[in-house]
Each structure stands twice: as C-alpha cells, then as structure tokens.
Ligand binder design. Structure first.
Ligand SMILES: Nc1ncnc2c1ncn2[C@@H]1O[C@H](COP(=O)(O)OP(=O)(O)OP(=O)(O)O)[C@@H](O)[C@H]1O
Length: 736
C-alpha cells in the first residue's frame, strides 16, 4: 500500500506540473499567429487540442490510476485513465493509458492465458489516496504473495455492480471484461453491430469504444468528431458524464430530435404517425410531392404578366419547356430553380421580341441581338415575372415544404394520411419529422447563394477597410537610408490588404463536435447508435448521410424494440447501405439485473417466444421479486410500496403507464408527472419508454397488464437490486 501511495504521489506531482503547463499553452495558442486559412485552421485545432488536454487532466483527477500489471520478465506498468510521461529526454511513460496496446493484458489475461503477466492488481483510490488493493495471481508457479490476493478475481467488479446508483452512469474502465474489451477495441472501419440483452453493458461498451477510437484515431477524429445517438434527452444526460470522466470531450451526444440543426423537435406523434413517417417509402413520397411543387399553368389559361413593352404571356408550353430544362439538370429543386427562371425569361423575351420586331410584311425581325439583349434585361428585371415564376417553381425551405406536405399529405393510403395530417402552424416538429426534414433538405438542395454573396461582400468590406489602413500608413513611406540595412519598414511593405483582412476575421475556436452540431451536412468520423433497434428506416437514411465512410457502431437489442417504426433485423437496416458487409458480436452476460429478477423478466418474453434465451446474470441477490394487489386504491398502494422500497442510498424508479402518472405523482413527495425526469432524485416516476437504457437500485412496476411485451421486458430489467409489482387490474399470465 505504502509503495503504491508513493507511486501515486509521484504521478499526481507530475499531473500538477502538466496542468500548469497546459494552462500556459492554451493561453499561448490563443495568440494569433500567421495568416491565411490554413494557419488559422491549424491554430484552432491546436487550441482545441490543448484545451482538450487540460480538460482531460482536470476530469480524470479523481481516479487517475486504477491498475497495475506485473510481467513475467520482472517489469511492471501502472494503468490509468490517461497516459502520463516523465519529463526526461526519453519521455518515459509513468502511467499507461488504458487504451494503449501495452495495457491490454490487464483486461484479457486469465490464469489459462496469462499473456506474459504474473499478476494483475486493481488499485482503488479515494481522491489521491490509495484505499484498497486486489491482486490476481496469473502465474500459478509464482510463489510471491502480497497479502491482497483476491482468489475469485471479481471482488472489484462485484463491488462496482452492487454499489448504490447515482442517477448518472459511471465508466467501467477499471473492470472491462474480456468480451467487452474485444468490442471496444475492434477496428474502426466498417459497421460493427453489438447485440446483447439487458444489462450486458452495451451502452457502457459503446461509450468506451468512442473513447478508444478517439485515442487510436486521434488525428482523424479530432477533425471529424464522433457522434453518439441515444433514444431520449434523459438518457443522454444519464450517460453524459462517462466520456468526460475518461478525459474525452470531442463527442457530440444527440437524440434523433436534435439531428436537424435549427429545429427543436419537441412535439410528439402517435405511434401510428411515427411509423408512417419512418417508413422507407416516405423518401419516394416526398420526392413525388416535391415534383408536384414544380407546377405549370393550366393549358389554355396562361398567366398574363404586365410589362412596360407589352404584356407577357406565360403559357403552359413556355413553363413546360423551362421546367424540363431545369429537371434535366438533375439538380435538387432549389439549385435547379435558376435554370427554370433563365429558360422562362429567355422564352418570354423571345415572345416579346417576336411581337415588337415583327415585320408586318413578313420580312425578318427588325430587332438585332443587342436590342434583344436589352429586352431580356428588362424582362429579367420585372418583379412580376419573378413573382409568377415563384408561383410555379417556388424556392422552398425544408421546413416550409414539409409543413405544406403534412397539411395536405398525398401519395399515402387514406388512413396513413390521416395519421400524419397536421394543419400549417399547428403543433411542434416531432422527432419523426427530423429525418423527413433532412430528406427534404437533400431533395431541395441548399440555395446558399445569398449567404455566399453576403460573406463575399463582408470580405470585400474588410479588404476595403484594410486598404484604408494601409493608405494611411503609406503616408509614412519607408525611408531609404543610404545604408540599405537600416531601411525602416512600413506596414504595407510586409502585409497586403487581403491578408490583413483575413487576420481580422474572428477565430473559430469551436471543437469539431461543436461545429458538427451546427452543420447538417457534417460527415462524422465515426457514429455510435445506442438502442439502434428503435430507429426507423428514414432515420437510418439520415444517419448514413452523416457517415459517408460507413464507419459505425450499432448497439441494440431487438427484444427491447418498442417503436412501431423500428426495424426488425440488422440485415434489413443495413442491406441498403453496406449489403451484408458488417460484423456482429453478441454480449452474453447481464451485469445489471440479478438472476431472480431476470428469471421473471424472461418469462414475459417466453410467453411470446418460447425459444427466447436471456443473458446470464452475473449476480444473484437472494431476494425474489414480489407482486401485490392494490385493491381499489392503486395510488395508495404505490405510495406504501415506495416508502418500503426507497433505498437509504441510491435510486428507486416507479415505472407506470403514462396515463397513471398524475394520480401517482400526487401521492409522492417531490415527484412530478409529465416533466422530464431528474434522474438524480431518490424517487423517479417514468413511463416504460422513458426508462429505456436506464437503471436504478430498486424498481416498482405499476399495472404491468397495460404494457406491451417489450415495454414490460424493459421495465422489469431496470433494477440492480430489487423489483416489486403493484397492480389493480389483472396481471399478465406470465407474471401470475
Ligand atoms: N465490465 C463492467 N464492469 C462494471 N460494470 C459494468 C460492466 N459492464 C457493465 N456494467 C454495468 O452494468 C450496467 C448495465 O450496463 P449498460 O447500461 O451498458 O447495459 P445495456 O446492455 O446497455 O443495457 P440495456 O439494454 O438494458 O439498456 C451498468 O451499470 C454498467 O455500468
């Protein structure tokens, strides 16, 4: 213990020095250097990197070092959350980053395959103090003993699994199991599917994989960022501290609702509406609806446009020809629109020229090319022409187009159309709208010509300003002294106006993740999707656009699928994008739910699928789950059960059908219905969907007869210790 403490003191001394250094280096990096795009980009990356180092040093302070491996060759390494090196000529490693290849035997070695290890030591600390050691002897021939031997090898794991929950997920870096380690360190190329039942550590593994990839592919991912997609905001908050605790901040966590920058999708859909909106056929439906927005005047009923040189007649033929020319470009709607306008203006000009220059005696037209060009300019400048053309081929934003479509949904069976119909201006965007907005944005194309023109105008303004500055400095021409060496330089000698203008531009110190959050077309370096079974085919289209390299990790459990829009099999999800070129692994051990609770949960699924095999629980508590009939006063029975089950330390979740929340919340102190739950409170009230991915020490399930099979399976598997069930209505047969 003493020696480990001395070691730790040395490491923390070094950390404190490094932190001081990092603080100074962040400040230095902020000083503007060089000019030009490249220099600025490099500086911004440097600032982000150095700020990242500082954040990492600050974040990992609490439990920096957690392990040690002693090798058969007599050497030893300490393993920590981040790597620390000595300040010597060789930069000797003091603490090995858990993600480094050298650290790998810490996770994989067994007595059977010791991978060159003699001993594995788990070091437990509180703050900067060593409090416990647990040693596993891996070389049975080795007689040396420390007195801290842990013959079972899982004391640290079990202590962590049994510890009281806090409402925030913690990292598992000290106790990653071998099957999990293989997933975390799998190659980042291509698509990896990680399947596993409740509590098998899928979420934990996905997050540690993000940390691993950020370490291994630091250069690529610092620029392109990692996206982690989770099922809802409460879940993202629940997992939000894991990566920072591992020293990683370059990750964007988002729900589907947040994947269209500028839109906050806070509305809700009926399950039916969400399923219709998520169906793959919606891509074609929207494309067809958009073609309908490229309209023509009725044949025989042309649009008459007033014009100084005589009325212009915008008829079916002119509009048809112009539309065809624009469609032939195969460009998205907004980008093809100028072609439509150009062809229509051209045809209207020709019409006018023919009328004005016509020779009454049938000779050639009087007007020369210059006259016609003049006429064309006047037609193009006529506001009414543009208004008429905008009626036929309107410039559209994704929001406007989708709102219009939902107000009058076409190309859908009547029932589906009714399910998604929403009056213009009514209600908010919903998560299921987000992939449709993204699809619309693709079909429409971004017409950013106005923004580009504005940016260029701004740049010209800066250059003009800089020229002004230089003109003033010109007044003090460089004086040529006889002695050439002593020439005095003026500002304009060393800097031209353009470079000076660039210098004035605001530096963009946002990290790649922050930039990515604001950019719909961002291509992420890697995307991790948790609860991937819930996403609809339309949502997959959106995510695949954000991952042109198809570097993805998908994590999920088909048995827990609750969304009607969710896709049934990984083959069905992935076939359109990568064919059958994806790898799949299964995690088979449940670290969360005790065996007693898992047995009950498995019965629920088996009632539907007799061949169902749940993951094996690593623990049992010896406490069986119980069911209790409430009599008439359901809320009263819940209140009493909550009083019994609320742990002295840790968290209790009441998982009840949404319709009962008001009634239940009224009886529970500090518990509210409807609002987004604060998971750090001792008692939390949730619906089965909101409980997805979360866990609590104790769980009370209310009125399980009203839950669908997969929702009930999710609800029952949230407990790390105890489970109770309260019901007034009849129990499902599987729970009786
Ligand atoms: N190797 C490990 N060491 C310590 N704790 C672990 C380990 N693996 C998993 N856990 C813990 O088990 C619990 C369940 O993990 P996690 O939430 O990642 O499972 P999951 O497979 O995503 O579950 P679900 O599908 O039910 O949401 C978490 O508390 C997690 O910290």
């Amino acid at each position: 213990m003493q020696r480990e403490q001395e070691f730790l003191d040395r490491v923390y001394d070094r950390v404190d020095t490094l932190r001081g250094l990092a603080e100074r280096r962040v400040k230095d990096a902020l000083i503007p250097v060089g000019t030009g795009m490249q220099a600025r980009l490099e500086r911004d990356v440097l600032v982000a990197e150095r700020a990242g180092v500082l954040a990492a040093l600050n974040a990992v302070d609490g439990s920096l070092c957690f392990g040690r491996i002693d090798l058969q060759d007599g050497s030893a390494h300490h393993i920590g959350r981040i790597g620390i090196r000595e300040d010597d000529a060789d930069h000797t490693p003091v603490l090995i980053d858990w993600r480094a290849p050298v650290a790998r035997p810490f996770y994989l070695a067994t007595g059977h395959t010791p991978l060159g290890l003699r001993r594995r030591r788990h070091i437990t600390t509180e703050g900067r103090t060593v409090t416990e050691l647990h040693d596993e002897i891996l070389d049975l021939g080795d007689r040396e003993r420390s007195g801290f031997e842990d013959p079972s090898g899982d004391a640290v794991l079990l202590a962590s699994l049994n510890s009281a929950r806090t409402g925030r997920m913690s990292d598992i870096v000290r106790t990653i199991q071998a099957e999990q380690d293989r997933v975390i360190r799998a190659d980042h190329h291509g698509v990896l599917v990680v399947e596993g039942g409740p509590g098998t550590g899928k979420t934990a593994v996905a997050l540690h994989r993000a940390a691993f990839l950020l370490y291994e592919q630091r250069e690529l991912l610092a620029k392109r960022a990692v996206l982690v997609v989770g099922p809802n905001a409460a879940f993202l908050r629940y997992i939000g501290e894991v990566l920072p605790a591992l020293g990683e901040t370059g990750v964007l966590l988002a729900t589907q609702a947040e994947l269209f920058p500028g839109v906050h999708a806070r509305g809700t859909d009926t399950p039916r509406a969400a399923a219709v909106k998520g169906d793959a056929g919606m891509a074609e439906v929207l494309a067809m609806a958009l073609r309908d927005r490229q309209a023509l005047p009725e044949p025989g009923a042309p649009v008459i446009i007033r014009h100084d040189d005589g009325d212009l007649i915008l008829d079916w033929e002119i509009a048809y020809e112009a539309r065809q020319a624009a469609r032939d470009t195969l460009l998205p709607h907004n980008i093809a629109r100028p072609y439509f306008v150009f062809h229509a203006v051209d045809a209207l000009t020709a019409q006018l020229a023919e009328r004005l220059g016509a020779d009454p005696y049938g000779g050639p037209n009087f007007l020369g090319p210059d006259d016609i060009a003049q006429l064309g300019k006047a037609v193009a400048a006529n506001e009414e022409v543009h208004a008429a053309l905008a009626e036929l081929w309107p410039p559209l934003s994704p929001q406007r187009f989708l709102a219009d479509y939902l107000a009058e949904p076409v190309y859908l069976p009547d029932e589906d159309a009714e399910a998604v119909r929403r009056a213009r201006g009514a209600g908010e965007w919903t998560p299921a709208d987000v992939p449709l907005l993204d699809e619309a944005a693709e079909l429409l194309g971004t017409d950013d010509s106005a923004e580009r023109a504005a940016a260029e105008a701004e740049r010209q303004e800066r250059i003009a300003y800089a020229q002004g500055v230089l003109a003033v400095s010109q007044g003090s021409e460089s004086y040529e002294f006889e002695d050439e060496e002593s020439e005095v330089l003026a500002a304009h000698d060393i800097i031209d106006a353009e470079r000076m203008a660039e210098r004035q531009e605001e530096a963009d110190h946002r990290s790649a993740a922050e930039r990515a959050a604001a950019d719909r077309t961002w291509a992420f370096g890697h995307i991790i999707v948790d609860e991937a079974q819930e996403l609809s085919p339309m949502a997959w289209r959106l995510l695949m656009r954000r991952s042109p390299t198809r570097s993805l990790t998908l994590v999920g459990d088909p048995a827990q699928t609750s969304e009607e829009a969710g896709v049934g099999s990984w083959d069905a999800i992935l076939e359109p994008y990568v064919g059958d070129r994806f790898s799949q692994v299964r995690l088979g051990v449940n670290y969360r739910t005790p065996a007693e609770v898992m047995d009950l949960a498995a019965r629920v699924v088996r009632a539907q699928d007799p061949a169902f095999e749940p993951p094996a629980s690593v623990r049992s508590t010896g406490v069986a789950p119980w069911t209790r009939e409430s009599g008439a006063d359901l809320a009263g029975a819940v209140e009493r059960a909550v009083a019994e089950l609320t742990p002295a330390e840790g968290r209790l979740a009441v998982i009840a059908p949404d319709a009962l929340h008001e009634e239940i919340a009224a009886r529970l102190d500090g518990v509210t219905a409807g609002a987004e739950p604060d998971l750090t409170r001792a008692v939390v009230l949730l619906g089965p969907r909101g409980a997805k991915g979360l866990e609590f020490d104790h769980v009370l399930v209310v009125e399980p007869g009203r839950f669908g099979t997969s929702d009930l399976y999710v609800a029952l598997t949230r407990a790390t210790q105890r489970l109770g069930i309260v019901h007034r209505e009849e129990l499902p047969a599987s729970l009786r």
